[in-house]
Write a protein that binds this ligand. Structure first.
Ligand SMILES: Cc1cc2nc3c(=O)[nH]c(=O)nc-3n(C[C@H](O)[C@H](O)[C@H](O)COP(=O)(O)OP(=O)(O)OC[C@H]3O[C@@H](n4cnc5c(N)ncnc54)[C@H](O)[C@@H]3O)c2cc1C
Length: 404
């Protein structure tokens, strides 16, 4: 009998894990809370050994073909005039070689999972009962199931995490919120990632995509670390309030929100779970080790971690031994990737016109310290082509044979 796995979350880590577990002979079910795949988000980078994982999945060509074509980064002032420019071919450019919209990557990963993987949308876990032999699961639609392992791959704000390792103590709030949403492209939009710093404390981006739209991001400092659940309407209201009087394209973004149907918005927490499993249940991706977009490493970690977890679960008969091996192999790398440069993120925000001038001036001087720090914001900050994580080899076919 094939072993069975339940994965919560169909973002980046969930489908990657499903792909590799299926390759190892597992029967996999993925539950996703949203009614369909959440294809929002901006450009994300795949770096380090994540490039090798997607190569082993045969996806490098497809990912390269969906490159956004962004020309580079421009810092702009309130009149939309560039104060500094970092073209893609320039040293230290933030636009990377393997750069793809998050939603496109999710779509490719889900498409790569075989038909044996079952996706259930609009479904969440409401109860887990691990009796040592397997895990009994209840879902919010009243249905139940029994699985050999359960993995929470449901993001930074995972509520499955608390069901597995308990509440609290796992999060470092960074003092700021981020948002991502998609807006129509206008004639005045160009092929550049435009970065605007407002004196009222917000940083806003507009980035071109390869679908004829613009990917917007609005970021701001806030003391509120644990907001109540926000509906789409709540998110729009919060963003409209923040954008009020912010200058540049703020009014356009406020108006465009009326037609937006998916928004990622919330406080940014680095997740530093003290353990990544409990019995037959474990954590993967942001649910275990979210580094936040300030490191540019979230997707890279999600892809590598999913590969290692699937490999260890396939290699070991006892999931507890597999979870321990996964944590031992991968946690040091994930922890290192969470390190932020001094002053990040507060450094990027301005509460006065004077600081805006300083930021824009600093951005204009390529070698200046602010630019070095900017390079680390929302990106890994390392153009290094060397892998720092040594990807293990696993014998998928032998395992599949054993599990059959
Ligand atoms: C809509 C969206 C846009 C994003 N945009 C960016 C971006 O522009 N830049 C960036 O650096 N990072 C972005 N991120 C975060 C980025 O995807 C992750 O940091 C990284 O890829 C790790 O992926 P993950 O699979 O662990 O988590 P995620 O990609 O966050 O995926 C988690 C999935 O789990 C689902 N989920 C949540 N709770 C439950 C539940 N209780 N039951 C079932 N399913 C659940 C979510 O709907 C989501 O599909 C975005 C995430 C989302 C969801």
């Amino acid at each position: 009998m094939a072993r069975t796995a339940l994965i919560s979350g169909a973002g980046v880590s969930g489908p990657t894990l499903a792909y590799w577990l299926a390759k190892g002979g597992w029967h996999v079910t993925v539950v996703e809370r949203a009614e369909s795949l959440r294809l929002g988000g901006q450009n994300i980078d795949l770096t380090d050994a994540a490039r090798d994982v997607v190569e082993r999945m045969g996806l490098t060509g497809e990912i390269a073909a969906r490159h956004t074509g962004e020309r580079g980064l421009q810092f702009v002032d309130t009149r939309n005039e560039a104060t500094a420019e970092f073209p893609v071919e320039a040293e230290g450019s933030l636009t990377r070689e393997i750069e793809i919209l998050r939603g496109e990557l999710v779509d490719i990963l889900v498409g790569a999972t075989p038909d044996t993987v079952t996706y259930r949308f609009g479904t969440t876990i409401t109860g887990l009962d691990d009796d040592g032999e397997a895990v009994d699961v209840t879902f919010d639609d009243g249905s139940t199931g029994r699985f050999d392992v359960v993995i929470a791959a449901d993001g930074m704000n995972s509520d499955t995490r608390a069901r597995i390792i308990g509440e609290g103590g796992h999060e470092d709030y960074l003092g700021c919120w981020s948002s991502y949403f998609t807006v129509p492209r206008l004639e005045r939009d160009n092929g550049w990632w435009r970065w605007y710093t407002s004196p009222n404390g917000i940083v806003a981006f507009l980035r071109p995509d390869n679908q004829g739209m613009m990917r917007a991001s609005v970021n701001f400092l806030s003391d509120e670390s644990d907001p109540p659940h926000m509906t789409l309407a709540d998110k729009k209201e919060r963003l409209r309030t923040r954008l009020d009087g912010a200058g540049w394209e703020a009014d356009r973004l406020r108006e465009a929100l009326a037609d937006v149907d998916d928004i990622f918005l919330g406080p940014l927490h680095q997740i530093k779970a003290d353990r990544w499993s409990n019995g037959r249940c474990g954590l993967a991706g942001d649910a275990a080790h979210c580094p936040t977009p300030y490191t540019g490493m979230g997707t890279t970690l999600a892809v590598i971690g999913a590969y290692v977890l699937a490999g260890e679960l396939t290699r070991h008969d006892d999931p507890r031994a597999a979870f321990a091996a996964y944590e031992e192999r991968f946690k040091p790398f994930a922890t290192e990737a969470q390190k932020l440069p001094p002053g990040v993120p507060a450094l990027a925000y301005a509460q006065s016109r004077f600081k805006v001038r300083l930021i824009n001036l600093g951005a204009g001087v390529a070698a200046s310290a602010p630019v070095q720090a900017f390079a680390a914001l929302f990106d890994g900050g390392s153009g290094d082509d060397e892998n720092r994580f040594d990807l293990p080899e696993y014998d998928w076919s032998a395992s599949a044979h054993r599990a059959a």
